[in-house]
Design a binder for this molecule. Structure first.
Ligand code: GN1
Ligand code: MG
Length: 375
């Protein structure tokens, strides 16, 4: 296999092309490699559960191939993750999670944080977090509370991350005006001849251009943020339901706190899937929002400024809009960024986002009142 040069070839070379046993065994784990199977439902990297036999017992690890077409400087990304996880480990000591509260990198046998293979791929390995799981769809207000409390705690513990500034693993990741511009360019180019199929969605986006700069114009303080706080990026304990560990750290970098809350609103206030085709199910559910807000403020209420709190609701609307724009842009560009599993997958995802934006617009005043009463 030659070095992958397109998103498609990154996604397509399956386990048959990759010697996962050889790759997994290059990391500093005890025991004998047994098997590796795909796991998780992320749209970007490839994740595998790698099992080793050690003293007659199976021990699991999370093996991941970093999508280096999207994360173009994997070494800088891994440096961020090393610094962040080490700092979190010192903060989370004695938090009662039995060492499961923070992702722990397994170095390679050569002592590096990541492995480069002969095909130009970048790999890393983490300890597997046992007795906890992620959910693609929120099932109860308590889950929303737990997820938000854990993401908020993550932000809180990183307030004290020592200098220097983290690397921007994807520059302008949450620069919504630039995302909007990319949409306009994709619509103009129309390389996949899909503009005709997405007219209402393009119109919906164009009508909301003024929303795009609302956070960048607000003069909010820069913090260390996660930047991808979707509900399935936090693990909840199987027994207690508590938020145990925040995962998917590739986009941890300097950012604005309300964006993180915004992505929680996007993914944790509707019990419909991100790619739900029955749009009548896509509604911003107020009890979920209230639990989410309470959980987030329980962790962050002590350090967020008034201005940041005043932008939490608009951030929910904005990030839902932004991700909708990104799905739509990728649809128009012919599905080059996100993994897709059906022809109109990105358009379906865009539609759920835009439906949720509408639902937030309808409930915004009540959401703002709740923030004021709790903040
Ligand atoms: C991607 O990797 P994953 O699936 O957690 C994306 C996020 C989007 C999300 C939409 C690096 O996250 O920005 O919000 O899909 N990550 C990147 O579900 O683009
Ligand atoms: Mg993820």
């Amino acid at each position: 296999m030659s070095k992958a040069t397109t998103r498609g070839s990154f996604g397509k070379d399956s386990m048959h092309d990759l010697n996962l046993g050889l790759i997994a065994s290059a990391f500093d784990v005890a025991g004998v490699f047994l098997a590796a199977t795909p796991c998780g439902s992320g749209h970007i990297n490839d994740s595998y559960c790698a099992v080793f036999q050690y003293q007659n017992l199976p021990v699991r690890y999370l093996l991941q191939r970093i999508n280096h077409l999207i994360f173009q400087n994997p070494a800088a990304l891994m440096e961020n993750i090393q610094r962040v996880t080490s700092h979190l480990a010192t903060q989370a000591d004695g938090d009662g999670t039995g060492g499961r509260g923070v992702l722990t990198l397994i170095p390679t046998r050569d002592g590096d944080a990541w492995l480069g293979d002969v095909n130009g791929n970048y790999w890393r390995m983490y300890r597997f977090i046992e007795n906890a799981r992620t959910y693609d769809v929120v099932e109860s207000p308590d889950q929303a509370f737990q997820a938000a409390r854990a993401f908020g705690e993550f932000q809180r513990m990183l307030v004290s991350l020592p200098a220097p500034r983290l690397h921007d693993t994807i520059p302008d990741f949450h620069n919504t005006p630039k995302r909007f511009l990319a949409l306009e360019r994709a619509a103009d180019a129309d390389v996949a001849a899909r503009v005709v199929l997405a007219r209402p969605e393009i119109e919906f986006a164009l009508a909301r251009r003024s929303l795009t700069s609302v956070l960048l114009d607000a003069n909010l303080p820069e913090r260390v943020t996660h930047n991808d706080t979707k509900f399935n990026n936090v693990m909840l304990d199987d027994a207690t339901g508590e938020g145990v560990c925040v995962i998917d750290l590739d986009t941890v970098m300097p950012g604005l706190a309300p964006y993180d809350f915004g992505d929680m609103v996007r993914t944790t206030t509707s019990s419909a899937a991100e790619d739900e085709q029955d749009l009548s199910k896509v509604v911003m559910e107020f009890p979920l929002f209230e639990a989410l807000l309470r959980g987030y403020l329980a962790s962050t209420g002590g350090f967020l400024t008034r201005l940041e709190k005043e932008h939490l609701v608009v951030a929910g609307k904005l990030i839902t809009f932004e991700i909708g724009i990104r799905f739509l842009t990728d649809y128009l560009a012919g599905d080059t960024y996100y993994k897709v599993h059906r022809g109109d997958h990105n358009l379906d995802r865009c539609r759920t986002q835009f439906r949720l934006v509408r639902s937030i617009e309808q409930q915004e005043d009540a959401m703002e009142r709740l923030v004021r009463s709790l903040g």
